[in-house]
Design a protein around this ligand. Structure first.
Ligand code: BG6
Length: 490
């Protein structure tokens, strides 16, 4: 069943995220018939544009960034329902204009339509926009639902995140708030839940008795992509670890939920976040490494050092690489290291979770060869698959052993391309399903893990450890490994 009739209001309607992700996702949903039967889009932004002017921008964005070439009939039908309101995000006029437009659309429909306000602006406006929505009486009304989708980053410190939650929850109920983490919209991330909780194979071994370590990697080959203004103030820990990688850790480590429903899933994730041990300042060097890329070559292209990138100040101490060793203090996970690693300008794009099992207690074979512990690797992207490393007998006389892998590949099993994360997340917001969005206490618990590391780094004047662009990160990442563990190649 398509989601109920709705008006989607995008603040930051002409911005990069809207053009690259949101508008193409809407087109693809339209193409599949997954949008509500009555669906209207209102773009809000400072630029002076008419409805037609904005429609042209929407068309261009879709033609350029959609994952499928647009079909003229579908695109025209979508564009007929696109409108534009000019205004600054902090100015009353914008909200008066918006309220008027929304009223007209309700009147034309002969019913109050659900309203989804999507905050795709610079994060400094999030609090003000929600305040204005409340101030102009747009936060709720009889007979239809109102929801607010908030993009990342949700605050830049723990204190800011707490303050933003306070401002948002002054105006809205938590059930109306949809905080985006686009990793949760990825098919492979949701499949991690399916694999863990719809198979008998994994759960019995999913604990400290059988699992030796967990390693979560998010390598990127890209550099700043013109985002120095944002990235230099953020750094890798805030940009990818605080949100996406802690979400992956939670999904891997959480207890089985009673239902695939928003509060069950999110409640379990919060328990994991709260169980992550806080790292003491004097132990920080044993648990956290920060790095920054120097000049090098990535995929054959020679690239400059981070500090020589356009718009990066020479005095910058921002990290472009992070490696952490975290500990989840629960009955299930005590003593199992959770390694997390991410970086820009690494050798290639690779997001994966590798679960290494304990070695077998006794090996009866004397035929030689290598026996390595079993490893289950969930490759989130780009080459989406799950593989299990096993020891097998090499054909021939004798008992010579060698590691082999058993693979499940999405491409060959399903023969279809996965939808973009934003397609799934927009549909869920239209339906009012918050399972794949972050709850207030969850985002606060994420910040509580990260803030002590940020504070320790801020108090330490030494620059991040250098690595060559195109490598797998700084040598110093070795220092946080437990004896016998090693980083996987990216
Ligand atoms: C974003 C970060 O949240 O995630 C970017 O701001 C990063 O710096 C991106 O490149 C990675 O997302 P994906 O979906 O390409 O893995």
């Amino acid at each position: 069943l398509p989601p109920p009739s709705s008006v989607l209001v995008i603040f930051g309607a002409t911005g990069d995220l809207a053009r690259r992700k949101l508008l193409p996702a809407l087109y693809n949903l339209a193409h599949e018939g997954s949008l509500p039967e009555r669906f209207q889009l209102i773009g809000v932004s400072r630029g002076e544009l008419t409805d037609d002017g904005y429609r042209d921008e929407v068309r261009q964005a879709i033609e350029r960034f959609s994952r499928r070439p647009p079909d003229a009939t579908v695109l025209d039908a979508l564009l007929e329902n696109v409108f534009y309101v000019t205004g600054g995000f902090e100015e009353d006029d914008a909200y008066r204009g918006l309220a008027q437009r929304l009223g007209q659309l309700d009147a034309a429909a002969g019913q109050p339509l659900n309203r989804i306000f999507y905050l795709s602006t610079a994060p400094r406006f999030f609090g003000a926009i929600v305040g204005q929505i409340g101030g102009h009486g747009l936060a709720r009304r009889e007979g239809a639902d109102t929801r607010v989708v908030i993009e990342k980053p949700f605050g830049t410190t723990e204190t800011e995140a707490l303050e933003l939650n306070r401002r948002v929850l002054e105006v809205l109920h938590e059930e109306q708030v949809f905080r985006i983490d686009h990793y949760l919209g990825k098919e492979t991330v949701q499949n991690l839940l399916a694999l863990r909780f719809a198979n008998g194979l994994f759960e019995p071994i999913w604990n400290r008795n059988h699992i030796a370590s967990v390693q979560i990697t998010a390598g990127e080959a890209v550099g700043l992509e013109g985002r120095a203004g944002y990235y230099d103030g953020a750094g890798a820990l805030r940009d990818l670890v605080q949100n996406h990688l802690l979400q992956l850790l939670c999904i891997l480590a959480m207890e089985p939920p009673t239902a695939f429903a928003a509060d069950d899933i999110r409640g379990e994730k919060v328990k994991i976040l709260r169980a992550i041990e806080r790292i003491d300042r004097d132990q920080m060097h044993l648990h956290a490494v920060r790095g920054r890329y120097g000049a090098g070559a990535v995929g054959g292209d020679v690239v400059p050092a981070y500090v020589n990138e356009p718009d990066v100040p020479a005095s910058s101490t921002t990290e472009t690489f992070v490696a952490l060793r975290l500990q989840v203090d629960t009955w299930r996970w005590a003593g199992v290291p959770f390694y997390i690693r991410t970086g820009k300008r690494l050798s290639r794009k690779l997001t994966e979770i590798a679960v290494t099992l304990q070695p077998v207690p006794h090996l009866a074979f004397h035929g030689g060869g290598t026996v390595e512990p079993n490893q289950i690797v969930f490759t989130i992207q780009p080459d989406e698959h799950v593989s299990i490393k096993l020891a097998a007998k090499v054909p021939g006389s004798g008992m010579h052993l060698r590691p082999v892998t058993m693979d499940f590949s999405y491409g060959t099993s399903f023969l279809s391309t996965s939808p973009e994360a934003y397609e799934r997340l927009i549909t869920d917001a239209l339906r009012g399903d918050a399972t794949l969005f972050t709850r207030a206490d969850e985002v606060e618990a994420q910040w509580a893990v990260i803030q002590p590391i940020l504070d320790a780094w801020a108090a330490d004047a030494s620059p991040p450890d250098e690595y060559a662009a195109g490598s797998d990160g700084p040598q110093s990442q070795q220092r946080i490994l437990r004896d016998g563990d090693h980083w996987r190649a990216i």
